[in-house]
Design a protein around this ligand. Structure first.
Ligand code: C5P
Length: 239
């Protein structure tokens, strides 16, 4: 494929790079391969994620996969980005998600201004969410995360399962990816990193403001078999 026959968005989110973390084992899915390599609607989660990213116009991608899957992932990347609109690198991840993000961050070009970190497990996140996040970082936010209001009442419990607090629901958001940051801020956060379940938490710990922009229901995380079935249904509807 050449640039001439490619259907990707010509608008490049210039200066933005995305780290796609896909190095989890996905034991909760119970599949015979790492979660990001499982297929839904005929393509792996990685391929879906790369396809969406190409549409956003982001030109720089680092894909982080289990060490024994680097060669396989490289083949996928070459097929998805053969038009030349996207420059993609594949690197090996680590034991924790934070290790995988750190490996991806190290492989991004130093001139990258806005870094997005995206879970391959949220592979159906629409392009508009990427654009919203990059635009908010460009508007001056140190960190930006997409999120949705929560519909359940959330309880805080102690180690015995006894409720210790009931936070006001109106002030809660369920956050998704891609999470976006000014590159220097995220690099500083990772230089002093402990582990966290999302990248925003590391940036918040440095005292930076992280803002929530509107997420999307399709940005749900594929974790168990029921999520995979939801993704299958959604893809069938979208075709
Ligand atoms: O395990 P969980 O679903 O929360 O992981 C979120 C994302 O982080 C997934 O896309 C997964 O592949 C990735 N991950 C990773 N390296 C790890 C653990 C998780 O890249 N060690």
């Amino acid at each position: 494929m050449s640039t001439d026959d490619c259907t990707h968005d010509a608008r490049t989110l210039e200066g933005a790079g995305v780290v796609v973390v896909a190095a989890g084992s996905g034991t909760r899915l119970g599949a015979d391969r790492p979660k990001a390599f499982v297929e839904v609607g005929g393509d792996s989660l990685i391929e879906h994620a790369l396809h969406v990213i190409a549409v956003t116009g982001i030109g720089e991608v680092v894909l982080v996969v289990p060490a024994d899957r680097v060669a396989h992932a490289q083949e996928m990347v070459e097929l998805e980005t053969g038009c030349g609109c996207v420059h993609a690198t594949v690197v090996a991840g680590g034991a924790e998600r934070t290790d995988s993000v750190a490996a991806g961050l190290a492989a991004l070009p130093p001139q990258t201004e806005v870094v997005l970190v995206h879970d391959a497990a949220r592979c159906l996140t629409p392009p508009e969410v990427f654009t919203r996040v990059v635009d908010a970082v460009r508007a001056g936010a140190a960190g930006v995360v997409p999120g949705l209001p929560v519909v359940d009442t959330i309880k805080v419990v102690d180690e015995r399962g006894v409720i210790t607090a009931t936070p006001e629901r109106a002030g809660l958001r369920a956050v998704q990816t891609p999470q976006g940051f000014a590159a220097d801020v995220l690099r500083a956060a990772y230089a002093s990193a402990t582990t966290a379940t999302d990248d925003a938490a590391l940036v918040e710990a440095l005292g930076h403001e992280v803002v929530v922009v509107e997420g999307h229901p399709h940005a749900f995380k594929i974790t168990g078999p029921a999520d995979l079935a939801d993704a299958e249904r959604l893809l069938a509807q979208m075709r």
